[in-house]
Design a binder for this molecule. Structure first.
Ligand SMILES: [Zn+2]
Length: 371
């Protein structure tokens, strides 16, 4: 394979953005050279001012195929990801049908990917009540870790786990050093908000208070400490949980945390009534809360941003009736880029997990697009 040299005024490196020439030998990066380096032995491609950056890993994507392919399938999901600079997606165990809670179901999902992948794709397994016996076989079959909900997942075929369910599987995951990803909301049945205006965003926000998240995060820190099982908190929204997370990390617990761009970019104060496209769970909170999320990201307490990309047809988002009560809203439709500079943290950490507890398995567990 002839050597290749890629030159740009804007090469994103772990140390920051700079002009450089990347020398590639045998398909691998061999050296990061000065911009004007002599690379006569290689085929030089100068992309000018266009940025060259590592392919982004998104570990939180719901592709929905098979079963809900009309929401989105592997072909369009991975094609769109590639257009946005993402080269590896890790697919959540829902909202496909069947959900990825057994090896048989994983094989059905894998079969659905054939001929459709434009990026690398890995799979998370699911923890639901009664599938503890499937955990070891799913690990052997190559899943990268497991996802559990602590509140209703939004689809009835993926029921939420109880603490007892987690206690059964966490020793297994600890032994394999694989992460348990948790949707952290411990919900309390309270229908009061449903009596109020279904179009009101403040009413919806009040229906999923920070305390739900904070109590769930506290429980997961406690279980993480007890079992020493890697725990990953997905889409953190409540800034109240930042301090206990920081303290847990300071104690050396194998705990990682992501937030979503929608919690950083949007604020509750700006969401008008009826704008159900902003409905997600946990909800987008107030600016003062979100400023603290930004600070935690910059400080490395929040490890990275993941999209929680999870499309749904407009009718399920109540696009016409604009009522938060009925609209699907486990995840956010919106895709927005962070707008604040994060110069103080390495680019590789802003958008994707480094080789931490969330990304330890060998690449052989990831499916690659056919040439
Ligand atoms: Zn999700």
């Amino acid at each position: 394979m002839p050597n290749l040299a890629l030159r740009s005024q804007r090469v994103v490196t772990p140390e920051g953005v700079r002009a450089a020439t990347i020398l590639i030998e045998n398909g691998r990066i061999a050296a990061l050279l000065p911009h004007n380096a002599d690379v006569a032995d290689a085929t030089l491609v100068d992309v000018g001012n266009r940025a060259i950056l590592p392919g982004v890993i998104d570990p939180h994507v719901h592709i929905n195929e098979p079963g809900r392919t009309n929401w989105e399938g592997f072909d369009t999901a991975t094609r769109a990801a590639l257009a946005g600079g993402l080269t590896t997606l890790v697919d959540m165990p829902l909202n496909s049908a069947p959900v990825t809670t057994s090896v048989a179901n994983l094989e059905i999902k894998r079969a659905a990917t054939i001929g459709q992948l434009h990026t690398n794709v890995g799979f998370w397994g699911g923890v639901v009540p009664g599938n503890a016996d499937e955990i070891e076989p799913l690990i052997a079959a190559g899943v990268l870790g497991f996802k559990a909900f602590l509140t209703h997942s939004g689809i009835d075929d993926f029921p939420n786990a109880t603490e007892d369910d987690l206690r059964r599987v966490m020793p297994i995951l600890a032994r394999h050093k694989l992460p348990l990803l948790v949707h952290c909301e411990l919900s309390v049945e309270d229908d009061a908000w449903k009596q109020n205006d279904h179009r009101s965003y403040p009413n919806y926000l009040s229906s999923r208070p920070k305390e739900w998240e904070d109590e769930a995060v506290a429980m997961m820190i406690r279980l993480c400490e007890e079992f020493r099982c890697p725990v990953h908190i997905v889409h953190l929204s409540s800034a109240n949980s930042i301090a206990p997370i920081a303290a847990a990390k300071a104690r050396g617990l194998p705990l990682t945390v992501e937030t979503g761009q929608h919690y950083l970019y949007f604020n509750a104060e700006d969401i008008a009534d009826g704008q159900t496209q902003f409905k997600c769970a946990p909800p987008i909170r107030e600016k003062a809360n979100n400023d603290q999320l930004w600070a935690a990201l910059q400080a490395g307490i929040i490890d990275f941003v993941a999209t929680d990309h999870s499309p749904a047809p407009p009718d399920l988002k109540q696009a016409r009736k604009r009522r938060f009560y009925h609209g699907l809203g486990r995840h956010c439709l919106a895709a927005a880029g962070p707008t604040r500079a994060l110069d103080s943290c390495p680019p590789a950490r802003r958008h994707a997990p480094g080789p931490g507890p969330l990304a330890q398995r060998k690449s052989s567990s990831t499916h690659r697009p056919e040439p």
